[in-house]
Design a protein around this ligand. Sequence first.
Ligand code: PBG
Length: 327
Amino acid sequence: MIERPRRNRRSSSIRALVREHRVTADDLIVPLFLAEGEGQPVELTSLTGNYIWTKGTILGEIESCLSLGLRTFILFPKVDASHKDKTASYGCDPANFYLRSATEIKSKFPEATLISDVAMDPYSVDGHDGLVADGSILNDETLDILADMSIAQAEAGFDILGPSDMMDGRVGFIREALDDAGYSDTGIMSYTAKYASAFYGPFRDALDSAPVDDPTIPSDKSTYQMDPANVREAIREADLDTAEGADYLMVKPALHYLDVIQTLRRHSELPIAAYHVSGECAMLAAAIKHGYLDRDKAIAETLLSIKRAGADAIISYFAKAYVMQPE
Ligand code: PBG
């Protein structure tokens, strides 16, 4: 035998030498949930090690992540029902705890990069990402609301905005609004290929952001989020987002859509982000809890698979658990 691939696997140092992909803290984005008030953080039973933080307590968590080399955070608000309305007006309210908290985090930790969530669902009585009228989700009327929300977030200090709503034309609309308001350095990480997935369940439970149970409005998001069966359509969305000025393209979920990550990686020159979503992480967390899987190895292999598929940046509820692993 002339060819013996095992020669390159003989020792730990040889394996390290020929290793093609690595996941480091620089690749990871930490998702953080934030609620109003001053209470203590509440742990999510489906996502061990993840909490709903409050304005004061989130600072300690950010400091702890920074000390581990995790420097980028994506923040999601849990909004009290009393603040919700049809037009998601609290999303632009200067008193909004989410906006205030971002300002406080950036003034304390200017080295942290903060990514926002641009969508109506946390603030909407309907629980949809767009404006609901006559039983449907309006596209163009939603764009104005998203643009106002974006300007409020840029003003609050978010470095990168994350439109997660899947309305047509929103990246270009938001880009223009930001530029007109003087925020040309604020980036856009577009949820380019966001699928109408069953794997957002734990997130919606944690944040009370699911579409409301009302027979007169759509019970799911399939008229704006993508059909899980489609991949060519992801390329179409990627081309539109690129033309509209997106700085990053995101695929969401990640693990069940590794082929989409790879397709966009090959198609586009833009950085690709992948969102390892709540349901995907919860499946793993449950198996680990039962002792069916080795925690550290399962987490590392999962994140590596997303990187190998072509993601430059990975949003995962296991980001901190991964970087805390012994070498
Ligand atoms: C809201 C939003 C969702 C997620 C991120 N932003 C939920 C949804 O679209 O219904 C899901 C993230 C996760 O499951 O971890 N627009």
